[in-house]
Write a protein that binds this ligand. Structure first.
Ligand code: ADP
Ligand code: MG
Length: 574
């Protein structure tokens, strides 16, 4: 040990860990291996929580959820070549969702580049398409400033994914402590406000609306604008519609929430204020027949390039949603106004909500077995703790579940999102559960999965059990993708011919006991076929906080959604 501190040395791995710590990074998900193992050890040593996962894709989903939930990027640490490539799915998903994320990838040694080195791949180039910043530090000394830039880029402007490439020869390289200067923690993102004249114009368009609607998107959730948006809703008495992950910014059970009249609200609104939601497929592009041709959009977004996409907006408010909502509130303070609660518009919306809730309730009360989706979700909703995270993916499972399961808190719903990604559920659930464990012990994560969706990252059940995370997995099992077959039909089908020839592409093995996966790693598993069994297993698992659990819920293989006004994805072009 040199006594003179000027001769003390640090490794590249330690420099990376210290740089991350300095930038306020608290969570790292990944899989260790050559050449990044030492980075994980160094991070853990500095108090960064390291969660070892089973596939880089799930690790990357988990890290991105940390970014959405905390506003500070989580790190996904991966090995070179295939490790990095597995993580691209997570990067793409984060970038599409506008969620901050920092991927750190080991790469082959610089002096073997182009020689066919172990797991050699053009990683910085590969990540460019999936991120807003992708770079390799020129030296170990340059690591802190590149990491600062990556963290800053991930949260400034429209949030997104960033990549930092670490050549293998940096990791164990020893450098003099004094040669490293740690760049100070980047400042919080600057808050931008909309032009005053545009705010005034927006307020005037809203005042003159006959059938107004606020749409609350996941950008509003990310912006932590819940307090001001709620004020706007209540002060102006406006109907609001949350997008899937905008649910909970204002609670779903708020009297002004018109979620149950979604299609109707979109179709007949004459003024729509978009708070952090893009007019993409989720909102049917803002076009007829799903909207009036003369609807006036007021777009609020932090990203200027988003404004005017697919429609010509009446007013654009470029700025941070929280700040802009406050600006709008100030306008309505100057000249108080609220929308009349006894209007024809409210009547139309309330009527539609009543009838659509009645239709779901009727399906839910069906006593036939196997159960349908509505029966399952009504029983789940009855027992859901109010403060739980709801993670959900699957086709019908996610779509129907969203209409029945209520969110009362902002940033407590995570699902397939803008990119429609299947396989995100377990990674998201793990991230939410790690946060819950740290920040509000006792809080649960309910992860509602279709049987197909569960399969994408099913081995992460081991991760869940290893860290004993407060997760309850519900697998809504219809033996297939979209729809499956019952056991008898399946047996008949494969009796005389090989399954690889006759099995329909959408079917999965009927009657699969997914709960055994949880039992294999020491968690609790339940196989349920009736409403009574479902109720009982939910009660038990909610009471038992010592172990994760999985409830495998068998439903009718041909169960579907209730009748819809519009076919899914209907646009003017179809
Ligand atoms: P949803 O899926 O709920 O419709 P989107 O992901 O399509 O939501 O849209 C979210 C939007 O929010 C993006 O266009 C993004 O630029 C924007 N956004 C993110 N953070 C902020 C913020 N702090 N202020 C304003 N807009 C934001
Ligand atoms: Mg299924």
């Amino acid at each position: 040990e040199p006594s003179d501190t000027s001769e003390a040395q640090v490794s590249g791995a330690q420099v990376i860990a210290q740089a991350l710590k300095t930038q306020g990074v608290d969570y790292m998900f990944g899989i260790v291996g050559i050449p990044v193992t030492e980075i994980a050890f160094a991070a853990q040593e500095l108090g960064i929580r390291y969660i070892g996962m089973r596939n880089e894709q799930a690790a990357c989903y988990a890290a991105s959820a940390i970014g959405y939930l905390t506003g500070r990027p989580g790190v996904c640490l991966v090995v070179s070549g295939p490790g990095l490539i597995h993580a691209l799915g997570g990067m793409a998903n984060a970038n599409m969702n506008c969620w901050p994320l920092l991927v750190i990838g080991g790469s082959s040694e610089r002096n073997q580049e182009t020689m066919g080195a172990f797991q050699e791949f053009p990683q910085v180039e590969a990540c460019r398409l999936y991120s807003k910043f992708s770079a390799r530090p020129a030296s170990v000394e340059a690591i802190p400033s590149v990491i600062e830039k990556a963290v800053r880029s991930s949260i400034y402007g429209r949030p997104g994914a960033c990549y930092v490439d670490i050549p293998a020869d940096f990791v164990n390289l020893l450098v003099n402590v004094n040669s490293i200067k740690y760049t100070e923690c980047c400042m919080s993102p600057p808050v931008s406000m909309a032009e005053t004249s545009a705010v005034r114009m927006a307020a005037s368009v809203i005042r003159n609306a006959k059938q107004p609607l606020l749409i609350i998107g996941k950008g509003a959730a990310y912006a932590r604008a819940e307090e001001n948006i709620r004020k706007l809703v209540e002060q102006c008495k406006l109907p609001f519609l949350p997008t899937p992950m905008g649910k909970g910014v204002v609670p779903d059970n708020h009297p002004n929430c018109v979620g149950a009249a979604r299609s109707r609200a979109l179709q007949f609104a004459d003024v729509i204020v978009l708070l952090g939601a893009r007019l993409n497929w989720i909102l049917h592009f803002g076009l007829p027949p799903r909207y009036r041709p003369d609807v006036k959009f007021i777009q609020v977004d932090i990203c200027a390039e988003e404004l005017g996409n697919n429609v010509r907006p009446a007013v654009t408010l470029l700025g941070d949603i929280n700040a802009v909502t406050k600006q709008l509130l100030e306008e309505f303070d100057k000249i108080p106004w609220h929308y009349p609660p006894e209007s024809k518009w409210w009547e139309t919306l309330r009527e539609k909500m009543k009838s659509s809730k009645a239709a779901s309730q009727e399906l839910a009360s069906k006593k036939s077995l196997p159960m349908n989706y509505y029966t399952v979700f009504y029983h789940v909703q009855e027992q859901l703790p109010r403060d739980c995270f709801i993670v959900s993916e699957g086709a019908n499972t996610m779509d129907i579940g969203r209409t029945v399961l209520q969110n009362y808190l902002p940033r407590h719903r995570l699902d397939a999102g803008t990119f429609g990604t299947m396989g995100v559920g377990l990674g998201f659930a793990i991230a939410a559960a790690v946060l819950a464990k740290d920040r509000s012990p006792g809080q649960r994560v309910i992860c509602v999965e279709g049987d197909s969706a569960f399969g994408f990252s099913g081995m992460e059940v081991e991760t869940i059990c290893r860290y004993n995370l407060p997760i309850i997995l519900l697998v809504v099992n219809n033996n297939g993708i979209y729809q499956g077959f019952d056991t008898d039909t399946w047996k008949e089908m494969v009796k005389s011919q090989d399954a690889t020839i006759v099995a329909p592409p959408a079917c999965l093995l009927p009657n699969s006991h997914y709960e055994q996966v949880m039992i294999a790693f020491g968690g609790k598993g339940y196989f349920v076929q009736t409403p009574e069994e479902l109720q009982k297993s939910l009660t038990q698992t909610l009471a038992d906080t010592t172990k994760p659990s999985l409830i495998n819920i068998m439903i009718e293989p041909k169960a579907t959604r209730k009748a819809q006004d519009f076919h899914w994805l209907t646009s003017s072009k179809m």
